[in-house]
Design a protein around this ligand. Structure first.
Ligand code: NAP
Length: 245
């Protein structure tokens, strides 16, 4: 039996891109899924697709910037399935621009979703995982969590923060049998680049011609989950082969 079979997995940002691909991959391996994002129509469609393929999934409309909504999400998972084995903190956004442009609303949104959303996710599941004495928290960072590019200062800042938080979590919870994994994708086809300032979008679109499919990241996430419980895949970078940086 796969080590993913019957694991209860919460995925934030499940309505598109990497989150959606991860949901499909894990459902095909027998996980019980709790899908979260803001767009209900997308979540419902994904839930139906998973169920039609014999999988198990529920969804809860959730804004990760709300600590209360993240707590409710964990409660729904527990009520429906009785445990939480894995949280995939995947929701994120990347409205890149230069600092001088002072896109302060975009900075705040990135900090709220990419950093606080991850923290609220950890806060929501950690008490149950500590009680269970098992669990796995997977946080989506980025190649931008390793290298900073122009027009990416704030996004990269949030993704460096995700790595720092994940490493702190790893150290704090190692003794409680809670695994932590940092996933750092390079360029992946998704809706992520849609919020980029129109001044840069053509340049980014050109770069993203080499982007890999979101299921490449889904398979890496599945690999981390399916290891025996005494093996923690703490960090992975997954790029297109042709991506130099
Ligand atoms: N694609 C890449 O090249 C790439 C590279 C490195 C890292 N990443 C990271 O991978 C993760 C997934 O991104 P993606 O590429 O799959 O992009 P995507 O297709 O745009 O997906 C982003 C997801 O985040 C959700 N989301 C955004 N704000 C939210 C909020 N406030 N509350 C709840 N959900 C929210 C969106 O759902 P709703 O709008 O329905 O809420 C959507 O499902 C992100 O953390 C991203 O930074 C992506």
């Amino acid at each position: 039996m796969s080590n993913i079979q019957c694991k209860v997995v919460i995925i934030t940002g499940a309505s598109s891109g990497i989150g959606e691909a991860t949901a499909k991959e894990l459902a095909s391996k027998g996980a019980k899924l709790v899908l979260a994002a803001r767009r209900e129509d997308r979540l419902k469609k994904l839930q139906e697709e998973i169920q039609n393929n014999g999988g198990v999934a529920i969804y809860k409309v959730t804004d990760v910037t709300s600590h209360e909504q993240m707590e409710e999400l964990a409660e729904v998972a527990l009520k429906e399935f009785g445990k939480i084995d894995v949280l995939v903190n995947n929701a994120g956004l990347m409205p890149n621009s230069f600092l001088y442009m002072k896109k302060i609303d975009d900075w705040n949104r990135m900090i709220d979703v990419n950093i606080k959303g991850v923290l609220y996710g950890i806060a929501a599941v950690l008490p149950f995982m500590r009680e269970q004495k098992s669990g796995h928290i997977i946080n989506l960072s980025s190649v931008a969590g390793h290298f900073v590019g122009a027009a990416s200062a704030v996004y990269a800042g949030t993704k460096f923060a995700v790595r720092a938080i994940s490493e702190g979590l790893r150290k704090e919870e190692a003794a409680n049998n809670i695994r932590s994994t940092i996933i750092s994708p390079g360029m992946v086809k998704s809706e992520l680049t849609e919020s980029i300032d129109p001044n840069f979008k053509p340049m980014i679109d050109k770069m993203y011609e080499d982007a890999i499919e979101a299921d490449s990241i889904a398979r890496a996430i599945a690999f981390a989950i399916e290891q025996p419980s005494d093996v923690a895949i703490n960090e992975m970078i997954i790029r297109p082969t042709s991506q130099e940086r």
